[in-house]
Design a protein around this ligand. Sequence first.
Ligand code: FES
Ligand SMILES: [Fe+2]
Length: 354
Amino acid sequence: MLIDGVNIQPGAAEFPRNQWYVAAFGTEVTREPMHRILFGDPIVFYRTEAGEPVALFDRCPHRGMRLSNGGLLFQDTIQCHYHGIRFNEKGRACLIPSGGVPTSSLSVKRYQLKEISGWIWIWAGDADSADESLIPDHDDLGLTAEGFYPRFGLALEANSNYLFSLENLVDATHISFLHHGLIDDGNVAAHPYQCVQDGVRVSMVREFKDEVIAPMVKRTMALQGERADRTLELTSYAPSLCVVRQHFVEAGSDSKMRRDSRLVVGITPTGPRSCIQFVAAVNDYENTYPGLFDDLRHLLMEDVVALDDVQILFDQLGQDRAPEVSVRSDEGAIRTRRLIAAQIAAERSAKAPA
Ligand code: FES
Ligand SMILES: [Fe+2]
């Protein structure tokens, strides 16, 4: 599927570079250099002595050693393990043990980072063009807002194109089938919805009355009763984040307990056919349920396994022989891919010579 000349068909969809993506949980980035491939780029992450996260292209320009491969930190610099050249946190070589003055060609790309709450965002494009206003509002997500309690710590690697994950999380209709009985009473697919678009946000909203609370929801949300009214809102933030918001009001019990839950999932391409889902769980109460991430892993792996399977068939057939036919309820997914295609097209036209 081409939109504005951009290949935006899940399975082979391109991704925009001048955007923010989740790179890591804050706890993963320490004084021990960490290697991670994102956007097809090898990247080394570490922290300065003052605790600021750093991300550099993970390849020494001298003879091509990974800086993370045995590299040591000296104050805020990283020393290549092969011949000991040191690079500062801006990616510039600052010491050549064998002699000579470091030139600007002896430098590696530095990535712009922004640490918010429990995770670190990365700008995939040139650091100098990073625009922090494009990061989703973390108060709105519930990750920094008062009265909300976020928990971070689940990362899932998928061997499938990032757009499969993004569209999957804005599509509630699969819940009734792929996750049958796990988190609903099997009635989501046929339920009417509203699709609301606001800037890069696309939400699919459904209201349920007096439905049976599924066992996994009951235990992860510490709900007491058997039935509840529920608002289910699935939102994509093109191109890199999805939020599953659920609001419960217990029905048929005097307490009428209310619970708000948000699953915030950063989706970051690692290559053309792979991505990482970084998961945060947020509640409007302190959720101490110890099995929370085990349950969420179980749920989300049902998606990952299915999407990886779709990718295998897509690659066996090739894009020309793997067309898609959308149905009405795919509205949120289609709007999301149009937004991403427009982001990529805008990037291209900004780069094109006048
Ligand atoms: S390869 Fe890094 S210093 Fe030579
Ligand atoms: Fe799912």
